[in-house]
Design a protein around this ligand. Structure first.
Ligand SMILES: O=C(O)CCC(=O)C(=O)O
Length: 263
C-alpha cells in the first residue's frame, strides 16, 4: 500500500532535502529484483560507464521509457509516486529511471553534484526529485550515497566536468562542505530515499566485497516539462500501478527470463 506521509515527514523533506523510508519494500522482493537485474541481458546491453576522477568506472543503465518490466513497474508504483507527489506538492511526470551498478572493488565514485545542476539544461524549474530504492544493502564501504543535509536550499550551483561526470563547482563545494551535515545514507534492501534535485550528493568508490545496486526513479512536476524540443523522455501522464500489479510484473519478468534460459 502507498504510504500517506505525515505533515512532519513532508516538513522534514522540505527542510532537509531528503526523506528516508526504512525497510519500505520487503527484502524478498528486493532479492527477486536483484536476481532479475543481474540476469538481464537487456539491462546489461544499455549499461553505460562513466569514469570518476581517478579513472574508476561508475556503471548505470538508464531509460526514459516505461516498458512492461520490473524496473518500470517500481517507477510507476503508487508506493513511490504517491509519496513523491505529496513531497513535491504536485502531480509528477516520469523523467527517467536507472539501475546504478556499483561493483565490488571496481565501482567508481560519484562527485558532489546536484541533479538539477545538469537537468537545468532542459528544464526551467528545480521542481524535480528522485527516489533511490536500495536493491542491495548500501553501507559506507560499498559506496552508499552521501548527502549534505539542507544544501538544496542554496539553489542551483554551477557545474562542470569531473572525469566523465558533471560535478558542482569545486571552490563552492570547498566553501560549503563544512556548513552542512554530511549524512551517509546507509540503507537495507528495500529502504527508499526521496531527494530533491538541488540536494548536493555524492558517493565513494566501492572498496568492499559487496556490490551496491540501487534503482533510482526520477520525476519532474507535470507543470515543468522540458522546454527544449527533443529532450528525451515521455512527459504525458503515466499509469500508476498498485503493489499487486508491481509484483505481477516482477514475477512475469523473472518468468520470461527463465523461459529464455530454458529452465
Ligand atoms: O548511485 C550513486 O552512488 C550516485 C547516483 C547519483 O548521484 C545520481 O544518480 O545522481
Amino acid at each position: 500500500m502507498p504510504m500517506k506521509l505525515t505533515a512532519e515527514q513532508v516538513e522534514q523533506y522540505l527542510r532537509e532535502g531528503y526523506l528516508f523510508l526504512p525497510d519500505y519494500f520487503p527484502s524478498a522482493d528486493m532479492e527477486q529484483l536483484l536476481r532479475v537485474a543481474r540476469d538481464d541481458d537487456a539491462l546489461a546491453s544499455i549499461a553505460n560507464d562513466r569514469l570518476d576522477r581517478e579513472g574508476r568506472t561508475s556503471r548505470l543503465s538508464l531509460r526514459h521509457e516505461l516498458p512492461d518490466d520490473a524496473y518500470a513497474a517500481y517507477t510507476r508504483s503508487c508506493a513511490i509516486v504517491e509519496p513523491m507527489e505529496q513531497l513535491m506538492g504536485c502531480e509528477v511526470s516520469h523523467y527517467h529511471h536507472k539501475m546504478m551498478m556499483k561493483e565490488p572493488h571496481t565501482g567508481g565514485a560519484w562527485e558532489w553534484h546536484q541533479d538539477f545542476g545538469y537537468w537545468h539544461a532542459n528544464f526551467l524549474y528545480p521542481d524535480m526529485a528522485s527516489c533511490m530504492i536500495a536493491v542491495d544493502r548500501a553501507h559506507r564501504t560499498n559506496g552508499c550515497l552521501q548527502v549534505l543535509k539542507g544544501s538544496h536550499r542554496m539553489g542551483r550551483l554551477e557545474h562542470g566536468r569531473a572525469g566523465d561526470q558533471t560535478g558542482a563547482d569545486p571552490d563552492r563545494i570547498a566553501a560549503v562542505e563544512d556548513r552542512f551535515e554530511r549524512v551517509y545514507c546507509e540503507m537495507t534492501p528495500g529502504t527508499v530515499l526521496f531527494f530533491h534535485s538541488n540536494l548536493l550528493h555524492r558517493s565513494d568508490a566501492n572498496r568492499s566485497c559487496d556490490p551496491r545496486w540501487a534503482l533510482i526513479c526520477c520525476y519532474t512536476s507535470s507543470e515543468n516539462p522540458p522546454f527544449r524540443d527533443g529532450t528525451k523522455g515521455e512527459f504525458s501522464r503515466f499509469e500508476r500501478w498498485d503493489d499487486e500489479r508491481v509484483n505481477r510484473s516482477l514475477q512475469e519478468h523473472e518468468m520470461r527470463q527463465s523461459d529464455v534460459r530454458g529452465n
